[in-house]
Design a protein around this ligand. Structure first.
Ligand code: ATP
Ligand code: MG
Length: 451
């Protein structure tokens, strides 16, 4: 196939027939985040490479193998963001957002870039939704974060997913654990891949999330961090669990979760499913109390999660969760003849500025083909304008599903009034259907509200 019509490997298009699903899912995520007081942050697609080296970590798979890094014409090293936390933390510091008062709560929806082996649930460009809290050390903040992620799965009706929880301790208690890991992996040196050999001294915890089969095999029996955490970390972990219990969110403790990025401390969690194959981690997150300081800020507790939207879509598909596609066209205006076409076009513009969704022919189709098109786009109403209609200043608006008709004049205000009545009537019918007996009370209350 010609390269001009072939997308780059690992990138995916979201086509017009599917984009409504993304819009719905993204809208639900935004709403869920807003419910807990999170506001959106939008950061650039690229950042200085050192930002990721420092925050994600020099010995992680992401930094060592997966980043899209290049030099600009000005000789700067730039990297396409592999995740959203680093950019958010950078912006938090750069704009001193902490001056607005703590905690600071933000969410993001963005594309990420990782040079990985492309397969189902693993792309080179993919989408993440994430949330971040700065300035909250309390275990309630961990529970709030986890509940927010859980709320998104609930809203979407995703059930076949479990929450796995762990604590990986703080800087202090991590030392003992790192030593234990060093000792264990040194005894298995011969079976480690080259990258992991280099991690043995610098950061043996990273060996635990190596994807190499031989390394994975050895890592299975490695010491687990939960056995090494200090009493403060242990108390924090217990409280997180208490608050999750209070919120009725179920979880299992999985002592092998360490997360793939260096900045994590204490609580780590994943939402995992078995219904989409090997790439079953849909959401990962936790606490990173050292991150802001690592980037040059004051010591600031922080935490967050990132959810892979492609993987979420895969789970929803696997579970047969249907998203309703809204029919958007209120009216199709068909026209025959030069004058009628002009009238159709001006009516369409007028109705659109009055907030109705209207289409009229833009490709020079004959009348039959125009009506066929109106059916195809599932227009709610249609109207045909011909020369006679112009002369008589009278047209018939037809309900495309019931075939009921309403006669009206072509004067702009009269036509708009007729269309508004029809659309509002249809909405009221829909609401009545949903509310049943309560519909009368609802409309009464609405009228009072509107004076
Ligand atoms: P994995 O172990 O599957 O590589 P990860 O630990 O690298 O995941 P994170 O950095 O925690 O993933 O990213 C958070 C979420 O983003 C993941 O749980 C996943 O849903 C999604 N994600 C990560 N990498 C990809 C990718 N290459 N393609 C699609 N989604 C991804
Ligand atoms: Mg990964």
């Amino acid at each position: 196939m010609d390269i001009l019509t072939k997308k780059v490997k690992g990138a995916e298009d979201i086509l017009p027939a599917d984009s409504y699903k993304w819009q719905l899912v993204e809208e639900i995520m935004r709403e869920e985040a807003a419910k807990s007081g999170f506001k959106e942050i939008r950061t650039p697609v690229f950042e200085h490479t050192v930002l990721f080296n420092r925050s994600v970590g020099e010995t992680t798979d992401v930094v060592q193998k997966e980043m899209y890094t290049f030099d600009t014409k000005g000789g700067e090293s730039i990297t396409l963001r592999p995740e959203g936390t680093a950019g958010a933390a950078r912006a938090y510091l750069e704009h001193a957002i902490y001056n607005d008062g703590l905690p600071v709560k933000v969410f993001y929806q963005l594309t990420c870039y990782r040079y990985e082996k492309a397969q189902a649930g693993r792309q080179r460009e993919f989408h993440q939704f994430g949330m971040e809290t700065y300035g909250a050390a309390d275990p309630k903040a961990d529970a709030e974060m986890i509940c927010a992620a859980n709320g998104i799965f609930d809203r979407l009706g995703v059930s076949d997913i479990r929450l796995e929880l762990n604590s990986i301790g703080c800087k202090t208690c991590r030392k003992d654990y790192t030593n234990a890991l060093k000792e264990y992996f040194t005894a298995h040196k011969g079976e480690l891949c080259e990258t992991c050999l280099s991690r043995l001294d610098r950061n043996p915890m990273r060996i635990l999330d190596c994807k190499n089969e031989s390394c994975k095999n050895i890592a299975k029996d490695a010491p687990v961090v939960l056995d090494y955490i200090c009493s403060d970390c242990s108390a924090h972990f217990d409280k997180v669990k208490t608050f999750l219990d209070a919120a009725d969110v179920s979880y299992t403790v999985n002592p092998t979760i360490v997360r793939g990025l260096d900045y994590y401390t204490r609580t780590v969690f994943e939402f995992v499913t078995d219904s989409i194959g090997a790439q079953g981690t849909v959401c990962g997150g936790g606490r990173y109390d050292g991150l802001i300081e690592e980037l040059g800020g004051q010591p600031t507790p922080a935490l967050g999660f990132a959810m892979g939207i492609e993987r979420l879509m895969l789970v929803m598909k696997a579970q047969g969760i249907e998203l309703p596609e809204e029919e958007t066209c209120d009216l199709y205006i068909a026209a025959l003849g030069d004058e009628a076409e002009k009238k159709a076009f001006s009516l369409a513009c007028m109705l659109r500025s009055a907030s109705l969704a209207v289409e009229t022919d833009i490709v020079g189709r004959g009348l039959r083909a125009q009506m066929k098109y109106a059916n195809k786009i599932k227009a709610k109403y249609s109207v045909v304008i011909g020369d006679d209609d112009l002369k008589n200043n009278k047209v018939t608006i037809k309900n495309m599903s019931t075939h009921d008709t309403v006669e009206t004049s072509l004067d702009e205000d009269k036509f708009l009034e007729a269309m508004t009545d029809l659309v509002v009537g249809q909405q009221e019918e829909l609401i009545s259907g949903l509310l049943g007996e309560d519909a009368g009370t609802f409309f009464e209350a609405l009228k009072n509200l509107n004076g």
